[in-house]
Design a protein around this ligand. Structure first.
Ligand SMILES: Cc1ncc(C[n+]2csc(CCOP(=O)(O)OP(=O)(O)O)c2C)c(N)n1
Ligand SMILES: [Mg+2]
Length: 304
């Protein structure tokens, strides 16, 4: 039990996630923050597989499995049904998808549901690859990470493309609440989930989810790695409310730790040469500077 957080659990222990699984940790806290009057929709992926081996379940709330493609379409239908039943205000609707589901395969349905303005909170548990099927690269895999379909070798240094900026693509739909969240600050995560659920239409949370198996990290280092990601500015913590970005933990340039500190503890980056680390550092700096540049401004208004 963490002092100051609700005691009740709705994603309970006994599931089959690997030791140190960042996705399981994030989901546990998201549903803890949401409370009992919640319906969860979840696409295919590690979390569905580990938490619902029939006839067992780890879920203490109604839970429905969708395919990759139709997760957000199912949620759209549930939203419409709850409205018709007059139960919309008293029911939370959470939609969970991994990065494969959210960045790639289920993106069409997600984009459509956001554009139609359905009321639900989409949570992308981003472990940066298709982990359940054996660590294949996704649109969420970062530059130069080695995966089974972007393997590092003597000629190619892992994935050649940078990570798709999904929170920004989502924000560009004009939805009222977008946030990034990390296990380094569960109080911040709980606050963001509550804000997201209180949004009148769609909201989105991007959850940083360490995968010890796919990242080749120590299971006991999951929180430490999440901290390194925030402190090196690899994973910025912010909210975009009504199109205005605010940092929830701003890392000033002179306080940031080198990106190398984050990369060197992960086997998926162990092949990197100094010039590639430099390139990643530059990419991280440029992206963070962009966020600082739009901080406090109505940056998305021009799209509508
Ligand atoms: C349309 C479709 N393509 C492929 C699969 C096989 N598949 C099942 S789980 C999975 C990986 C999911 O990746 P992600 O969404 O990132 O979740 P993770 O397993 O990493 O939690 C894949 C490719 C599938 N079930 N359906
Ligand atoms: Mg994944």
């Amino acid at each position: 039990m963490i002092k100051g957080l609700p005691y009740a659990e709705y994603f309970v222990s006994g599931h089959r996630a690997c030791a140190g699984c960042g996705e399981a940790l994030m989901i546990r806290h998201v549903v803890k923050a949401a409370g009992p009057n919640t319906i969860a929709v979840m696409s295919t992926g590690c979390m569905e597989v580990v938490s619902t081996p029939y006839p067992q379940t780890s879920w203490g709330i109604p839970w429905i499995h969708g395919a990759f493609e139709n997760n957000s379409a199912i949620a759209s239908g549930i939203d419409a049904a709850l409205k018709k039943q007059g139960k919309r205000d008293e029911t939370n609707l959470l939609v969970f998808g991994g990065d494969g589901a959210s960045f790639d395969i289920g993106f069409g349905a997600l984009s459509g549901a956001l554009e139609r303005g359905h009321k639900f909170t989409y949570v992308c548990t981003d472990n940066e690859a298709y982990m359940n099927t054996g660590i294949q690269r996704s649109g969420g895999t970062p530059l130069y990470a080695s995966t089974t379909t972007s393997p590092a070798g003597s000629k190619v240094a892992g994935k050649q493309e940078p990570k798709k900026p999904l929170p920004f693509i989502v924000a560009s739909h004009g939805i009222k609440y977008v946030a990034t969240a990390s296990p380094v600050n569960v109080f911040d995560l709980h606050k963001k989930v509550k804000k997201a659920l209180a949004t009148p239409n769609a909201s989105y949370i991007h959850a940083f989810s360490v995968c010890p198996v796919g990242w080749y990290t120590k299971p006991e280092a999951t929180i430490e790695i999440a901290k390194l990601a925030v402190n090196s500015r690899v994973f910025p913590l912010y909210e975009i409310e009504d199109g205005v970005l605010t940092f929830t933990q701003k890392i000033e340039k002179d306080k940031a730790i080198p990106v190398l500190d984050y990369l060197k503890v992960q086997g998926r980056f162990k092949h990197l040469k100094p010039e590639q680390v430099k390139e990643i550092q530059k990419y991280v700096d440029t992206r963070y500077d962009f966020l600082v540049g739009i901080e406090g401004k109505k940056a998305f208004d021009c799209l509508f």
